[in-house]
Design a protein around this ligand. Structure first.
Ligand code: ATP
Ligand code: MG
Length: 388
């Protein structure tokens, strides 16, 4: 049976004149995501994009991939029937057999964009419903809250029949809001922050600070795995690895202990920003959440923020840890995030970090060392990994 995927593009349908651009960006993103599962043709019509594959295309795999593409509000996989009632009735009961068997209640909805089709929508519903009831006598019709909605869409080039529509990943097509650099650690918060901002249409690059030999190859592998969880939604992420050992040791040797973490955070921002600008990013993203740790008090965040000149997005800022974990689980990152590998932040953690630092004292402490040239060196020595 020939199948087709129907994509409902939610929010971007509302964007007036920009709609066409959003739509073609979404199609471009979908194409890239389906590159290795077949040859597909995309056709946009009103608020639906149809995805057709040739005989070598794996439609189930394609459908699974598209569930993770931002900019899609809902999606369904449908059987294509001929434009006559006999074909519609047979296709409906054969194609949806498994769902019809487990459902207790159902209803049929019909959409008829081809107005030349001989039956009107209510008649299509009546006939299809009657046929389903005759084949599956255990079913009851429930028009308000059915287990299964059988949809019959009569279009110009054929009739599409499908069961319940699945919810898509939502949000805006990746790239429609520009590009940003995600500071990704091995923790719970930063992958969630990246996912949230990518959902709003940002293309991501990743920047991770490692401190070998204090941090291990396994810790880096963990960061790659976490980045991959985000990339499943955002598409490819170029992940930069920055060696921060020398800078961290230098902070430890030259700056007051209670300011270690804060100075390190500021230097991370400055370093990341250089890479971000080189990569044409308009913003940076962190997983910071107000009051979560000493470096995330209002005063500490103000000091960190001062180190950046481009906007820093902190989508977790108002979230409780439990709320962050809920998203982390939803994107399947949590089990990876809690693997017990050391992070470069934890290597030199002071016993009593200052929670109310002033920018002036932090800047004074920093001026003890020529960090700018060290940052420059760290940027020059970065390497990157492409994560798909
Ligand atoms: P996470 O759970 O994301 O690790 P956290 O609660 O451990 O966050 P911090 O360690 O203070 O908080 O880090 C705050 C943010 O700073 C992180 O969410 C991340 O965006 C960034 N960050 C921290 N460590 C690193 C690192 N090693 N490399 C890149 N970014 C980092
Ligand atoms: Mg962390």
């Amino acid at each position: 049976m020939k199948e087709i995927i129907l994509i409902k593009n939610g929010e971007l349908a509302l964007k007036g004149l920009n709609r066409k651009n959003f739509e073609s960006l979404l199609i471009k993103n979908m194409k890239r995501r389906l590159e290795d599962v077949g040859n597909f043709k995309f056709t946009a019509c009103q608020s639906t994009i149809t995805v057709e594959g040739d005989e070598n295309s794996d439609m189930s795999k394609a459908f699974e991939r598209l569930r993770y593409v931002f900019g899609i509000a809902g999606l369904s996989i449908a059987a294509v029937a001929e434009k006559n009632m006999e074909s519609i009735l047979n296709t409906a009961t054969e194609y949806l057999e498994d769902e019809l068997l487990v459902a207790k209640t159902f209803k049929v909805t019909a959409k008829r964009s081809d107005k030349s089709f001989s039956l009107k929508s209510p008649e299509i519903c009546m006939e299809t419903g009657g046929h389903i009831l005759s084949k599956f006598p255990h079913l009851k019709v429930d028009v308000h809250n059915p287990d299964l909605i059988v949809t019959v869409e009569v279009r110009d080039f054929g009739v599409y029949i499908h069961g319940n529509q699945l919810k898509g990943a939502g949000g805006m097509p990746v790239g429609s809001s520009g590009k940003a650099a995600l500071l990704v650690s091995g923790g719970i918060d930063s992958p969630v922050a990246g996912w949230m901002m990518s959902k709003r249409g940002l293309q991501l690059i990743g920047i991770h600070f490692a401190a070998p030999p204090y941090t291990s190859e396994l810790a880096e592998k963990k960061v790659c795995m976490l980045t991959q969880k985000v990339a499943k939604y955002s598409g490819r992420i170029k992940l930069y690895i920055v060696e921060f050992t020398k800078i961290q040791e230098c902070i430890k040797d030259n700056c007051p202990e209670d300011l270690f973490t804060l100075i390190m955070r500021r230097l991370m921002m400055k370093t990341a920003e250089k890479i971000a600008i080189k990569e044409d990013c308009g913003a940076m993203i962190t997983g910071e959440s107000l009051a979560q740790v000493a470096s995330q008090t209002l005063k500490a965040l103000a000091c960190t923020d001062d180190a950046a000149t481009i906007p820093v997005f902190r989508p977790c800022i108002g979230m409780d840890k439990n709320e962050i974990i809920e998203i982390s689980r939803k994107i399947d990152a949590f089990e990876t995030s809690i693997l017990p590998y050391e992070d470069c932040c934890t290597v030199f953690t002071p016993k009593h970090p200052k929670t109310k630092p002033t920018l002036q004292e932090v800047k004074e402490a920093e001026s003890a060392v020529d960090f700018d040239s060290m940052i420059q060196e760290a940027v020059e020595n970065t390497r990157f990994i492409l994560i798909d």
